[in-house]
Design a protein around this ligand. Structure first.
Ligand SMILES: [Zn+2]
Length: 442
């Protein structure tokens, strides 16, 4: 059993994997709310994140529930396919774009007079929700910065929930679940998060991979979020490959069919992560500073070109920093950074040597115009730290960060640089200036 949407998505993933064709982010990351029927009693609704439904006429199990904002659309698509009550919700992990729709599906069941669905997840999900409650403001701010104008995805500012639907059935390493007539296995592994679960459905030879596969470079380096686990992530991908799945259903991006095709993707993503870890550890063990490591570790070129490893979301440079943090500490090896002077104090000293904050700003503009965005940002930052009320310095800083944003590929880098540009634009042209420039962000 499959429908046209399934055929279209599987054909697309086959082209991407077999021929290395990359048709752009929208093509590999469908979020349009359509339902792909991928087998008897198995459907995937594309969303941010996808909702996967397994079941028969008696009841449905959902693997993830999408975000609060997108769940109603996913529910509509799902209800064109099956009218069966949702009896189980499985969280692959506790990120809000995976659990945010849980209330909708729970309330739907209750309103229909069905029992509340059981909610199944790794035991660390509840700890995650507790941490989110401690850092509510921080998460709202950083997600607004990371996702920018993507509030429609339900992950930006103002979308951060308090009333979690907590899992009532939890596991630590593995758990076997019966979904109707079908027996499935949940397995825990560290990866993007510490609370991740993926599913093995032996009768279908299918894996629900959660965020272990996302059709972008793995989110193993996110600069604003807690520790990620690249080596364990790679190990989980290899464990999936060892099961020789014939269908791979990720929580983001395209489903993939075909044993050899799936094996190739899993091996490539695992190899990319393993390579970054091995290179970073080699240098750490030889006494390098973080700066040396960041400058020299590179992803093997052929992997960076894979359609499912594009650095459009996270990027290898950030992963290197996360590996340093995981195996080392926060200190980067530069003795001056251990107990540094205040940023404003250092900036004032350097501005004095340079002949004023304006000199730093004009050099920043020159460097940006010449395409040296990294250095330009340092000087623009120093200029406004030395002269925080200078509209001229903020004007240059806004320009420099806008150009930096435009030169970057990853959503995470673009979001942070665009937020910096907005901040300075508000100091020069007011809120209106920042608003109109934000309108150009895609
Ligand atoms: Zn996700």
């Amino acid at each position: 059993m499959s429908n046209d949407v399934a055929g279209e998505l599987l054909d697309r993933s086959a082209r991407c994997v077999d021929e290395g064709e990359y048709e752009g982010p929208a093509s590999v990351s469908p979020i349009d709310g359509r339902l792909a029927e991928l087998g008897d009693g198995l459907a995937l609704v594309t969303s941010f994140s996808h909702v996967i439904a397994v079941g028969d006429g008696d009841g449905l199990a959902l693997v993830d529930t999408s975000s609060e904002a997108l769940a109603p659309r996913a529910q509509t698509a799902l209800r064109t396919w099956s009218g069966a009550p949702v009896t189980t919700m499985i969280y692959t992990h506790g990120h809000v774009d995976h659990v945010g729709g849980a209330r909708l599906f729970r309330d739907e069941a209750v309103a229909a007079g069905s029992p509340r669905p059981r909610v199944v997840a790794h035991e660390a999900v509840a700890r995650r929700f507790a941490r989110y409650d401690l850092t509510h403001g921080y998460n709202a701010l950083i997600n607004a910065r990371q996702f920018r104008r993507r509030s429609q995805l339900g992950v930006g500012q103002g979308d951060w929930p308090w009333d979690w639907v907590l899992p009532g059935t939890t596991f630590s390493d593995r758990m076997t679940l019966r979904l109707g007539d079908e027996v499935v296995e949940l397995r825990h592994a560290l990866g993007e998060t510490d609370d991740h679960a993926w599913l093995w459905m032996p009768e279908r030879r299918a894996v629900c991979a959660g965020d272990f596969l996302t059709w972008v470079f793995p989110n193993a380096g996110n600069p604003q979020k807690v520790q990620r686990y690249p080596v364990e992530w790679a190990r989980a991908l290899r464990e999936m490959a060892a099961l020789r799945p014939e269908l791979l259903l990720p929580a983001h991006g395209l489903p993939i069919a075909g044993e050899r095709r799936i094996a190739r993707v899993l091996d490539d993503v695992a190899s990319a992560l393993e390579s970054l870890v091995a290179q970073t550890l080699e240098q750490m063990n030889a006494g390098a500073r973080l700066d040396d490591v960041v400058r020299s570790v590179r992803l093997p070129g052929e992997l960076a070109e894979r359609p499912y490893l594009r650095a459009t979301y996270d990027e290898p440079e950030f992963v290197v920093r996360n590996i340093w943090r995981l195996y080392g500490g926060w200190w980067d090896g530069d003795p001056a950074h251990l107990k540094p002077a205040g940023a404003a104090e250092l900036a004032a000293e350097l501005a004095g040597l340079a002949g004023g904050a304006d000199m730093l700003a004009s050099r920043a503009a020159e460097l940006a115009a010449a395409g040296d965005h990294r250095l330009a940002c340092h000087l623009a930052e120093l200029a406004t730290q030395a002269a925080p009320s200078s509209a001229a310095c903020h004007g240059v800083r806004a320009q420099v960060y806008r150009a930096r944003r435009d030169s970057e590929l990853s959503l995470m880098a673009r979001g942070i640089f665009a937020a910096a540009a907005d901040e300075s634009e508000r100091r020069t042209g007011g809120e209106e200036g920042a608003q109109s420039s934000r309108g150009t962000e895609q």
